[in-house]
Design a protein around this ligand. Structure first.
Ligand code: CA
Length: 288
């Protein structure tokens, strides 16, 4: 009798199982957050699959380096790797019901023109630049820093709570507190190429590559939710020191900064920006 009852309810059980395990996750996977059905198939893939939802984007001009290029290295190629063209803050966060076991992440995204040279054959795909991002998060109230890893710069805005360092030689971006203690690791470093229509390009030898995008994924579990409250980001780039790639190679001339490029908010006009051995950094503020 009991077996018969189980057999009778089996189809319903199978349907319930399929809905819970297959249909709901697939629906969230495809639809989440988009609501905008476009494209040939009528289906728009969630931005979660492509770097995430944009929280803030900051364009940066070409040819705005704060110091001359080092001698002895090929001019055109090295410049590509030191000249940021855009910085974005993005977030990847699936709905808990989606069943997709991806840790929620804050993506810091750097855009460069063309293909970056990789003279030291880093497995990350880039070996010249080192990027520092200093984060002021709403949940912490740091007032001063004592870390020795801080780049020589003046922070013209709120005190920062975390320093993120991304270079081509560590497996992950690393997160330090204001004292210089390592408090967390990133969740992935990704390098993507796109053509002039923003379509992904496979392989790094093609001439179609218009933009290189380097993404450092960071755990929201540690930093907090970047889509809530006011967050500030100080962004700078240096030439990685060949012995200690987390550090910026110092300038050969004491009148020049160690920093090559910075990203400033649109209201700080770069034409009026005066470079100095200790450049001023202005926060990029993202409020939600
Ligand atoms: Ca630039």
């Amino acid at each position: 009798m009991q077996n018969k009852a189980i057999l009778k309810s089996l189809p319903m059980m199978i349907i319930a199982f399929l809905v819970a395990v297959v249909l709901v996750p697939v629906a969230y996977f495809v639809m989440e957050g988009s609501g905008d059905w476009t494209g040939r198939t009528g289906i728009k893939i969630t931005p979660n699959l492509d770097d995430g939802f944009i929280l803030g984007e900051f364009e940066d001009p070409a040819d705005d380096l704060l110091r001359p290029l080092p001698e002895g290295l090929d001019f055109r190629d090295i410049k590509k790797a030191l000249d940021i063209r855009k910085f974005s803050v993005k977030m990847v966060k699936y709905h808990p019901l989606s069943g997709i076991g991806l840790q929620p992440r804050l993506n810091l995204v750097f855009y460069f023109e063309g293909i970056l040279p990789n003279p030291q054959n880093s497995s990350r795909g880039f070996s010249l630049p080192v990027m520092h991002v200093y984060l002021d998060v709403p949940e912490l109230q740091t007032t001063e820093y004592s870390s020795e890893k801080v780049a020589p710069a003046r922070f013209k805005g709120p005190a920062w709570d975390y320093q993120v360092i991304l270079d081509g030689f560590h497996e992950q971006a690393r997160i330090f507190d204001a004292r210089g203690n390592l408090v967390g690791q990133g969740l992935g470093v990704y390098l993507h190429y796109t053509d002039k229509n923003d379509v992904p390009v496979k392989g790094d030898t093609t001439r179609e590559v218009q933009t290189t995008r380097i993404t450092a994924a960071l755990p929201i579990k540690l930093l907090g939710d970047p889509s809530r409250g006011e967050w500030s980001y100080y962004v700078l780039l240096g030439l990685a020191d060949s012995r200690y790639p987390s550090f910026l190679a110092p300038a050969s001339n004491p009148q020049e900064p160690a920093i090559f490029d910075i990203v400033v908010p649109p209201e700080v006009h770069l034409l009026n920006y005066k470079s100095s051995p200790i450049p001023e950094l202005f926060p990029l503020t993202v409020t939600n």
